[in-house]
Design a protein around this ligand. Structure first.
Ligand code: SF4
Length: 298
């Protein structure tokens, strides 16, 4: 019933539903597109629909609004917030930028619009390595995910400083988790998201974004995998690979805020056109420069 109503409203209102891989299974199933931050940003930037319903966390819907200012962008649950995004403070970054005018501010998409507005370029976990290579001989500040920043610094050997932020679910992963799961599934390959600590990433067979993990597992001949990112991705992995086995590296890989949106929230959001995302135009003008730079370089 709810599903039918959502489909009817979506058609009636010329809306598109975007969902991140970390969303609840039923939200992924009803979405028009399921993807990672980069893919969803590109869809948001190019859609001809009047309404974008973003099933993710606040910064994702806000990024869609930055890229599509003339569309109505809705986040079905107002308090679906990313804890990592809250770790980048505007005044602190502004002070850092003023004190370090020769440092390139490379900012993860998991940030609020005002942080993007202080940045030179935005990156996602899919394109961070590719984009950062354009700044090889420059001083770089990577905001706000220290783990992804340290991973890139270790891999590329560049002069990268990192902001002390992190994703709480990936931060909790340990080498002990790896040893335990490897013992239980010795033949499985270990695929991990780069928001995990470097010591854990060093154990991986493959490090990549959610979409890159999905593509790797789909194109790889192995049958078993240990997955080091949010449990929501298991749904897409199983859909694409029904005969393969997937085991979560830790039971803690469950972002609570990413699971807040229910089918009922989605229905109410479409019906009543809540909760609408707005962005200050001055902030948007500055943030879009950094986002356009990402689009140009990715
Ligand atoms: S999984 Fe981590 S980075 Fe992603 S929304 Fe949740 S807290 Fe933020």
């Amino acid at each position: 019933m709810l599903i039918e109503e959502i489909k009817r409203l979506k058609k009636e209102k010329n809306a598109v539903i975007l969902a991140h891989f970390y969303q609840n299974d039923e939200i992924q199933d009803i979405a028009d597109y399921v993807g990672d931050s980069l893919a969803l940003s590109k869809i948001a930037a190019n859609t001809d629909k009047d309404i974008i319903v973003f099933c993710g966390v606040f910064f994702m819907a806000e990024t869609a609004k930055l890229l599509s200012p003339n569309k109505k962008v809705l986040l079905p649950k107002a308090d679906a917030l990313c804890r990592m995004a809250a770790m980048a403070d505007y005044d602190e970054l502004l002070a850092y930028k003023q004190a370090n005018p020769d440092t390139v501010i490379v900012t993860y998409v998991n940030t609020r619009a005002n942080i993007k507005a202080l940045s030179d370029v935005i990156v996602t976990s899919s394109n961070a390595e590719k984009i950062i290579k354009n700044y090889k001989d420059q001083k770089i500040m990577y905001v706000p995910d220290k783990n992804l920043g340290l991973y890139l610094k270790d891999k590329l050997g560049y002069d990268i400083q990192v902001w002390p932020g992190f994703c709480y679910i990936h931060e909790l992963l340990t080498v002990k988790d790896v040893e335990r799961l490897r013992n239980e599934h010795p033949e499985a390959k270990l695929l991990i998201h780069p928001e995990a600590p470097l010591a854990v990433l060093k154990q991986a067979d493959f490090v990549g974004s959610t979409k890159q993990i999905l593509d790797y597992a789909t194109n790889d001949p192995s049958q078993k995998y240990i997955i080091g990112t949010d449990k929501g991705i298991i749904h897409a992995l199983k859909k694409a690979n029904p005969n393969k086995e997937f085991h979560l590296l830790s039971r803690g890989l469950n972002c609570i805020n990413m699971k807040k949106i229910t089918l009922e929230d989605l229905y109410i959001s479409l019906r009543d056109e809540v909760h609408e995302i707005t962005v200050d135009e001055e902030i948007r003008k500055k943030a879009i420069i950094a986002l356009d730079k990402m689009m140009e370089l990715s």
